[in-house]
Design a protein around this ligand. Structure first.
Ligand code: UD1
Ligand code: UDP
Length: 384
């Protein structure tokens, strides 16, 4: 029996974290693997597809400028109808917490197709933060048949919600699989500006911030704090690859565009981004994925949010959740610049999120669940 699997994703982070799994699925003779992108993101998705050399079988091309959540949901749902009707897959794989994730799981349910949820079970326990991701992830969980939880904490969250233990597999996070592909010791950047940075004499801070709940005042606070850091610390060099969203770009470019020691860039290719983070002094971000990636690189992370659904690295001490108040962002940022003891406390390489074998475990779990193998994968254990 050949199992037909369609992986559906639409945004940059989903693509990065699904890429190693798709590559691994393609190598399996028991599976027929197809890829459908909603293209909720366009350029930022295409960057990842190029990097990992993935050519989708279906591209719904739904992105619109300043799209609303309802537009994404309905376009994806309608687009997927055609794909699922013609392909009739045995399993649909979705990833994470975006609106594409939820819409694809719902579309699969409408077509009575089983759903496998990669990166299942993360919870902030706050409906509005991250918005709309906390609810997207929960709703997807309700529609899911096979839950691929990255950590035992995520499994526990699902068990507490009444999900049956047999349907949960603790796999580690596929982002660590992806980093095995991107991070290189003697990496040379394709963007010459990144080669020119003096990573020894400058304290390079990598920043990303674009979340929906940070639009407006919180993002302005963050930019004001960064501006003060850049003006008061001449040995600091801030590198901020700015998300394609026009709402975010208007704020960031108007507030930080004129500063000599702030480099605002277009979104970087993921191998460039990962290797930049490996060389930097510290990271300030509201991203979910960076909270998982940077701890393995041994750099401190300040999280520009009030809550996180990824508590493991916070407990390990390399990630600190600081919110978006201007004064707090400034004080926490400068503390790590000035106080070596505080910096050293956080700059430890820990890896609570994976061991690079998550894709392998997911494949074993699918085979086990569909009776193609008697061997249940061993649970990933972080050791942190
Ligand atoms: C989306 C996800 C979020 C995820 C993030 C990763 C939802 C609701 N949000 O947020 O969970 O963390 O992606 O980055 O699913 N744009 C472009 N080109 C691109 C990408 C975006 O121009 O390649 C612009 C468009 O104007 C688009 C806007 O950015 O309308 C916002 O994109 P959208 O996917 O709605 O929201 P994100 O903030 O990217
Ligand atoms: N990333 C990237 N280029 C950039 C900024 C981020 O490739 O210019 C990667 C980053 O390394 C991580 C992912 O994009 O793997 C995070 O995506 P994003 O912040 O868009 O979403 P989130 O993690 O918040 O879901």
């Amino acid at each position: 029996m050949t199992l037909k699997i369609i992986s559906v994703f639409g945004t940059r982070p989903e693509a990065i974290k699904m890429a190693p799994l798709i590559k691994a699925l393609e190598r399996e003779k028991d599976f027929e693997s197809k890829v459908c992108v909603t293209a909720q993101h366009r350029e930022m998705l295409d960057q990842v597809l190029r990097l990992f050399n993935i050519t989708p079988h279906y591209d719904l091309n739904i992105m619109k400028e300043k799209q609303t959540l309802s537009e994404i949901t309905t376009s994806a749902l309608i687009g997927l109808e055609r794909v699922f009707n013609s392909e009739k897959p045995d399993l649909v794989l979705v990833h994470g917490d975006t609106t594409t994730t939820f819409a694809a799981a719902l579309a699969a349910f409408y077509h009575k197709i089983k759903v496998g949820h990669v990166e299942a079970g993360l919870r902030s326990f706050n409906k509005w933060f991250p918005y709309p991701e906390e609810i997207n992830r929960k709703l997807t969980g309700v529609l899911t048949d096979l839950h691929f939880a990255p950590t035992s904490r995520a499994k526990l969250n699902l068990l507490k919600e009444g999900v049956s233990e047999e349907s949960i597999f603790v796999t580690g996070n596929t982002v660590i699989d992806a980093m095995a592909y991107t991070v290189k010791k003697d990496y040379v950047f394709r963007d010459e500006r990144l080669n020119q940075i003096d990573y020894h004499d400058k304290k390079v801070i990598v920043v990303t911030a674009h979340r929906r709940e940070n639009w407006g005042k919180p993002l302005e606070n963050i930019c004001n704090a960064l501006k003060r850091i850049a003006q008061n610390y001449k040995d600091v060099y801030i590198v901020y690859p700015v998300h394609k969203n026009p709402v975010v770009r208007e704020t960031v470019f108007s507030m930080l565009g004129e500063l000599g020691n702030v480099l605002l860039l277009d979104p970087l290719d993921t191998d460039e981004m990962h290797n930049l983070m490996a060389k930097c002094h510290m990271v300030m971000t509201d991203s979910g994925g960076l909270q998982e990636e940077v701890p393995s690189l041994g750099k401190p992370v300040l999280v520009l949010r009030d809550v996180t659904e990824r508590p493991e690295a916070v407990e390990a001490g390399t990630v600190k959740v600081i919110g978006t108040e201007q004064e707090v962002v400034y004080n926490e940022g400068t503390l790590l610049l000035e106080n070596k003891e505080e910096y050293d406390k956080m700059a430890n390489a820990v890896n609570p999120y994976g061991d690079g074998k998550a894709s392998l475990r997911i494949i074993q779990a699918i085979k086990y669940a569909f009776n193609l193998s008697d061997t249940k994968p061993e649970e990933y254990k972080s050791g942190v």
